[in-house]
Design a binder for this molecule. Structure first.
Ligand code: AMP
Length: 283
């Protein structure tokens, strides 16, 4: 496994492997099995796998959150080598944001104003800028993103459509602990008690889907339940894809099961022990 810190070093990948497909997986490190599932998925496609590790300051509104973001580079490199990653790119902030590079402009409609965009102003602007630069440097044919960050997937799909139309996007299902808790780099910050409570988030998503014929009352019941458990719920909503429009209360009651309908998702963001967790379930 090669480890590069300079964008210029990445040029050798294209030169040395002119016929091989390049698969790219951007991460912020503190890797867990969820991240590694993206690497494994890329290997099913017989690609040269490039993983980046870069904690992107531009996508954190709160400097404290950026400071607290776990950094475990040595362990990450070991894990990536174990699963057979070909190249790891670990640039510095200066390497990613040289003064002469201009920001890209992508029309996200209202996608970056809702949910994560509303609670983390500027977050998707930061995501788009860093992913744009990474795509330019790595020049992948295929990219892998986790459905755990569903809204991010939709934003990246817009970036690809508008700026990199030849790149293929693969969305990979969320890896969960056996408790149902979505794996996340932030889970290590939960207390023992928090670890026991946190799986309630996923249970709430499943309950809402189960009781979708009374959608608004199901959402209200689950919001109340999570609040009672000590979560500070930022949003818990049922939306249609790909624009994350709110689904009306009577939508599922008014359609016959299995009749064609847009894909929907239940989205949640809530803090527990001061740790902000997000999850979603598409159905
Ligand atoms: P991050 O390091 O949080 O930026 O995540 C890097 C990539 O891993 C993103 O595409 C995430 O959506 C994906 N990812 C994070 N957690 C999971 C998970 N539990 N299952 C699958 N993919 C994940």
């Amino acid at each position: 496994m090669k480890v590069f810190t300079l964008a210029s070093e990445l040029k050798s990948i294209q030169q040395e492997n002119p016929t091989q497909k390049i698969a790219f997986i951007p991460t912020m490190g503190a890797l867990h099995q969820g991240h590694l599932s993206l690497v494994r998925a890329s290997q099913q496609e017989d690609c040269l796998t490039v993983v980046s590790i870069f904690v992107n300051p531009l996508q954190f509104k709160n400097p404290l959150d950026l400071d607290k973001y776990p950094r475990t580079l040595d362990a990450d490199l070991q894990e990536l080598a174990n699963v057979g990653t070909d190249i790891v790119f670990t640039p510095t902030v200066e390497e990613m944001y040289p003064p002469q590079v201009e920001n890209v402009v992508v029309d996200l409609g209202s996608l970056d104003e809702k949910f994560e965009g509303a609670f983390r102003p500027g977050h998707f602007h930061g995501v788009v800028q860093v992913v744009y630069r990474l795509f330019k440097y790595v020049q992948p044919q295929v990219v892998y993103f986790g459905e755990k960050d569903l809204q991010q997937c939709l934003v990246i799909e817009q970036l690809i459509q508008q700026v990199f139309p030849t790149i293929q996007m693969r969305r990979i299902a969320t890896m969960r602990e056996s408790s149902g808790l979505a794996m996340s780099s932030r889970n290590v910050r939960l207390s023992d008690e928090g670890r026991k409570t946190a799986p309630a988030l996923y249970q709430s998503l499943l309950q809402i889907i189960e009781n979708r014929k009374s959608l608004c009352s199901a959402v209200a019941t689950e919001t109340e339940r999570l609040t009672q458990l000590g979560f500070d719920v930022e949003y818990l909503s049922c939306v249609s894809l790909p624009y994350l429009d709110d689904v009306p209360c009577d939508f599922f009651a008014s359609i016959i099961d299995d009749s064609p309908r847009p894909k929907c998702a239940v989205l949640v963001a809530a803090s527990l022990d001061g740790v902000r967790l997000i999850d979603n379930q598409v159905f």
